[in-house]
Write a protein that binds this ligand. Structure first.
Ligand SMILES: *Cc1c(COP(=O)(O)O)cnc(C)c1O
Length: 401
């Protein structure tokens, strides 16, 4: 098994890297990447086993530490992100947990943006304090809040941008600059933007995490995650954490994700085009109180979006006139878009954040984040634009009652 020297020779463009990058071909010369569904590896001799454990002989030891199919996925996403190193994990939350806990110890302090995926809030607000790590939550949009939350023991900054479901934006370069000055690590959950639209490392962040469950699989099949950072950072913090605590990605899921990367650019491009067109159309519809979309000029942070994103993404969040009952009538009337808390899928998916993903928050906390009962999040799929648009109109008609 070896990396094809022809694949390595040229600095291919992203779309090409996603089809060829990181390929390890076996002696059979297969066209499509092989699925190495194995837990362990056998050695030719006792001497080779010894050398492998001493890191003197290249190769794999055990699939919790590494696996050829997982390695191909890690390398391909690494090339796309332009990171020095990467580690795949079983889920996006395993990636978030590894990225945060691997570099913090009791007595440290983490600052995070309030608008955060629910499980990420659990890591920061519940798990961290149990192990003696203090936290402060800030309005991620306001750089002054990041700055004034800094304490002598601040060691990490964590945020997601755009945030779910409000599509609030955090200034990656601005926060990274504060972090650099005090020697803290900046960790960005880049799920909503995808690596196609935003590369946080280029704006000064230290660590990027993905739930590969979302756009990277993009077809609703497997859970997965990945942590990307410099070689030094991975070696110092993430490598042993992932090896020894065991949130390893299954080779089968890695194979699905690896093959999905081949079509990521065309899927994201098509979904963004439909989402942009849909957002403009929806903004004109009767019964629509507000449409939030990162590609629209009326996004309150449009200038910042232009600086750090190369597209508006595939999520449109909107507020309809009316209460929870109206929002439920909207959701229940849809024929195409499915009610689901997932996103990034080829199928259009709708969520009512107030009663699902953000249900656990108090109503004050939801209000603070701008999540009202009339708010709906739409993850735009690969269906025909006209069919999705008609579905939204169907929903609005029902919402009006
Ligand atoms: C889904 C998601 C996660 C968690 O990913 P899983 O693969 O479900 O564990 C983390 N952050 C964001 C922004 C997400 O959307």
């Amino acid at each position: 098994m070896s990396t094809d020297p022809k694949d390595e020779a040229i600095n291919w463009r992203p779309e090409t890297q996603l089809v060829h990058g990181g390929t390890l071909r076996s002696q059979f010369g297969e066209t499509s990447e092989a699925l190495y569904l194995t837990q362990g590896y056998v050695y030719n001799s006792a001497e080779q086993a010894e050398a492998r454990f001493l890191n003197l002989d290249p190769g794999f030891q055990y699939s919790r530490f590494g696996n050829p199919t997982v390695a191909m996925f890690e390398e391909r996403i690494r090339l796309l992100e332009g990171a020095e190193d990467s580690r795949a994990t079983a889920t996006g939350m395993a990636a978030v947990t590894a990225s945060i806990l691997s570099c913090l110890s009791a007595g440290d302090h983490i600052i995070a943006a309030k608008a955060m995926f629910g499980s990420c809030r659990y890591i920061v607000e519940v798990l961290c304090p149990r192990f003696g790590i203090q936290f402060t939550l800030v309005d991620g949009r306001d750089l002054n809040q990041w700055e004034s939350a800094v304490k002598p023991n601040t060691k990490a900054f964590f945020f997601e941008t755009p945030a779910n479901p409000t599509l609030d934006i955090v200034d990656i370069a601005g926060v990274s600059k504060i972090a650099k000055r005090i020697g803290a690590v900046t960790i960005v959950d880049n799920v909503f933007a995808t690596p196609m639209l935003q590369r946080p490392l280029q704006h000064g962040a230290d660590v990027v995490v993905y739930s590969a469950t979302k756009h990277i699989d993009g077809q609703g099949r497997c859970l997965g995650g990945v942590v990307l950072a410099s070689k030094d950072h991975i070696k110092k913090y993430v490598h042993d954490f992932v090896r020894q605590t065991g949130p390893s990605l299954s080779p089968f899921n890695a194979w699905v994700m690896l093959k999905s990367l081949e079509t990521l650019p065309i899927r994201v491009k098509a979904q963004c085009e439909t989402a942009a067109r849909l957002a403009d159309h929806m903004a004109k519809l009767k019964g629509m109180a507000k449409v939030m979309y990162c590609g629209r000029a009326d996004h309150p942070q449009a200038a910042l979006i232009k600086r750090q994103m190369s597209g508006g993404g595939q999520v449109v969040t909107f507020v309809i006139d009316g209460d929870k009952a109206a929002a439920f009538r909207f959701l229940n009337a849809l024929r195409l878009a499915k009610i689901s808390n997932n996103l990034g899928d080829t199928k259009s998916l709708v969520t009512h954040p107030a009663t699902t993903t953000h249900q656990r928050l108090t109503s004050e906390a939801r209000a603070e984040l701008g999540i009202s009962d009339g708010m709906i999040r739409l993850s735009v799929g690969l269906e025909a634009y006209e069919d999705i648009a008609e579905d939204v109109e169907r929903g609005l008609m029902a919402a009006r009652g």
